[in-house]
Every structure is written in structure tokens, then in C-alpha cells.
Design a protein around this ligand. Structure first.
Ligand code: GRF
Length: 197
């Protein structure tokens, strides 16, 4: 099976990115990382990617002010230069314009720390606690024009424990995300390969 050229977009720590890079060390994994790009030049994940020998790019959104599309066009240039075939958003904290989503739709996935369709947007763990939920989780989905709104690829769940706080829940969910994302991305690659053939 041909491996799809994978770009991972991050804004910070990049632990999910690291999980994807680790999975892709297996030559049988269906995606091959070609680029890790960040909208924040100081993202810690950029260093992690560079030390793993992956090409990195930093496209600082602040330079473009309110012009989101100008930022995305600069980012897109980097994605095209790397020959990107599939994009994984991994803690990428920019809302994308219809132009960018339209261009990459069907080739771009995201991980969101809630059991979508519950709790789109921010503060997902606190919102799950405030609602008295008994379980939380994470979702990998295709990216569509609505925020955290695209078709679900795979979810993973975990129980909310008495005394949980947003921080304790986030900490327990993180390793669950690290297992979920590589599995779900592999599924997404298979879907994309099938639709290309
Ligand atoms: C993760 O919780 C992910 O679900 C969310 O942002 C966080 C990113 O963490 N989209 P990291 O940068 O992957 O460590």
C-alpha cells in the first residue's frame, strides 16, 4: 500500500503529533510524515518533530493580522511544497476559513477532546463535568466548514471519576487520545485511498 504524505499542524505541546510520528515509524503505517507546521513559532512540538528528523515549518499567524486567508495561503504554500496528501490537525488552535477547508476537505482530520457532537469548541472537560456526565472522551473527525462538526471517524471514551477536575480529566484522557489518533488516522487513510482508486 502506498503511504500518504502526512502533514501535521500544531500550535503547542504536540503530544498527539508525537503519537502520530511514533506510529508512522512502522513502515507499514499508511501515512508518512513529511511536515510538521505550526502557527506559533515557539510551539514545543516543532523541536520534538525536528529532533525526530521531520521537516518543520513555522508560519506565524500574527504577521497576517486579521487576514486569516493570507495566513492560510502562506501555510498552504508550505503544505504543497512538502507534497502533502493528508493533514492531521493536532492541537492546532486556529479556526480555518471556508477557503482552506474547501481546498483540503476529505483530506484533513482533527482530534477533539470530547465525545462529539457534545462540547464543540473550548473547555470541553469543564463542560462535561458541569453537565454531570459520567463519561468523557475524544473524537477524531473529518474537518468540514463548521467548527468540530465533520463526520466522525472514531471515538474513545473513559469514565469520569468522583473528584475529577478539568485538569485530572484532561491528564487521563491524553494517553487515550494518543492511542486513538493513530488508529483513526489509519482508517482515514484507508478511506481516502479507496476514494482515490
Ligand atoms: C489535545 O487535547 C487535543 O485533543 C486538542 O488539543 C490538545 C492538544 O494537545 N485538540 P497536544 O498538543 O497534542 O499535546
Amino acid at each position: 500500500m502506498k503511504r500518504l504524505k502526512l502533514a501535521i499542524l500544531i500550535s503547542g505541546r504536540g503530544s498527539n503529533m508525537e503519537a502520530l510520528l511514533r506510529a508512522a515509524e512502522d513502515p507499514a503505517y499508511p501515512a508518512q510524515p513529511v511536515l510538521v507546521a505550526s502557527n506559533r513559532p515557539d510551539a514545543k512540538g516543532l523541536e520534538t518533530a525536528a529532533s525526530a528528523g521531520i521537516a518543520t515549518a513555522s508560519v506565524d499567524h500574527k504577521i497576517y493580522g486579521k487576514d486569516r486567508e493570507a495566513f492560510e495561503r502562506a501555510l498552504d504554500t508550505e503544505l504543497e511544497k512538502a507534497g502533502t496528501e493528508i493533514i492531521a490537525l493536532a492541537g492546532f488552535m486556529r479556526v480555518l476559513t471556508p477557503w482552506f477547508v474547501g481546498k483540503w476537505q476529505g483530506r484533513m482530520v482533527n482530534i477533539h477532546p470530547s465525545l462529539l457532537p457534545k462540547y464543540k469548541g473550548l473547555h470541553t472537560h469543564q463542560r462535561a463535568l458541569d453537565a454531570g456526565d459520567t463519561e468523557a472522551g475524544a473524537t477524531v473527525h473529518w474537518v468540514s466548514p463548521g467548527v468540530d462538526d465533520g463526520e466522525i471517524i472514531q471515538q474513545a471514551r473513559l469514565p469520569i471519576l468522583p473528584g475529577d477536575t478539568a485538569d485530572s480529566l484532561a491528564a487521563r484522557l491524553l494517553p487515550v487520545e494518543h492511542k486513538l489518533y493513530p488508529e483513526a488516522l489509519a482508517k482515514a487513510c484507508a478511506t481516502l485511498q479507496a476514494s482515490n482508486s
